[in-house]
Design a binder for this molecule. Structure first.
Ligand code: HPA
Length: 282
């Protein structure tokens, strides 16, 4: 298993995908837990299982089907990850983020990342959609960053800035489309924890205190790598559960709860994403 990849690895994956796909994608989508059904709407779709693509690794999580789907959505040439892999599955962060760099080598310049997240902001409810204005890379602060290792200058600089990761124009576009659709959106700060366990009540209170609105186990590595490679990034969290901050509160978060809520939110998320893609295709 390669500790890090060279440009040739990314290009090998890109060549395999482009040889099989009918389109050259411009927009990438990563669909998180229980949110993958939009991929079924891709027209002229070519679906490639991750396991068949050089250097890709298999998703081991229920609800993440592990396919790359290429085709067009709302007129936009897309490359959709139906499912993703996570750090907690035991993969390196370079493996987790390899598909993002492969998309960049194929010509993708806009990446839309969705995820399931626990609501930390007391105003948030299950079913809310939150645009990521910013993130806290808590896993990165603990020394785990996908950009660690030899820098590939073909993608971006050794010391990339991180104050403009989530594109202002894409956040505005999402707001415009949502307003047209009569959909209300939240905005906030997403924090990544490695997982796979959910948070203790003390951790929930701590995460809220340090400025996070939603917590999850993904997205930040992909967003960092995409931004490093010059891509425009939009991040959207679906609030699938409200994080429990009291020690003796009843109930426990579970993957089933996250997936069930994801399925309920998918129609609204899909409509929003199709609206955004339609505007990007114009
Ligand atoms: N915590 C961490 N990750 C999550 C959660 C949560 O509450 N919900 C969905 N993903």
């Amino acid at each position: 298993m390669a500790a890090s990849f060279a440009l040739g690895h990314y290009d090998e994956s890109a060549r395999y995908i482009l040889t099989h796909a009918g389109v050259r994608p411009r927009v990438g989508l990563i669909l998180g837990s229980g949110l993958g059904r939009l991929a079924d709407a891709v027209e002229n779709a070519v679906a490639l299982p991750f396991v068949d693509i050089p250097h890709f690794v298999a998703s081991t999580v229920p609800g993440h089907s592990g396919k790359l789907v290429l085709g067009t959505l709302a007129g936009a040439p897309v490359c959709v990850m139906q499912g993703r892999v996570h750090y907690y599955e035991g993969y390196t962060l370079q493996q987790v983020t390899l598909p993002v760099r492969v998309m960049q080598r194929m010509g993708v310049r806009t990446l839309i990342i969705s995820n399931a997240a626990g609501g930390l902001n007391p105003d948030f409810n299950v079913g809310d959609l939150m645009i990521l204005d910013d993130h806290i890379n808590f896993v990165g602060m603990a020394g785990h960053n996908p950009l660690t290792g030899p820098n590939l200058d073909e993608f971006g600089p050794r010391f990339p800035a991180a104050n403009h990761i989530y594109s202002r124009s894409l956040r505005q576009l999402a707001g415009d489309v949502a307003a047209q659709q009569g959909l209300s959106l939240r905005h906030g700060v997403y924090i990544i924890l490695s997982g796979p366990n959910f948070e203790t009540p003390a951790e929930v209170r701590f995460l809220r205190t340090i400025g996070a609105d939603a917590v999850g186990m993904s997205t930040v590595p992909e967003a960092l790598v995409a931004h490093h490679a010059g891509m425009q990034v939009l991040g959207i969290s679906t609030i699938t559960n409200v994080a429990i901050d009291q020690l003796d509160a009843a109930g426990e978060p579970s993957h089933e709860e996250v997936q069930d809520a994801g399925h309920l939110i998918t129609p609204r998320l899909s409509k929003l994403l199709l609206g955004i893609l339609g505007r990007l295709a114009d």
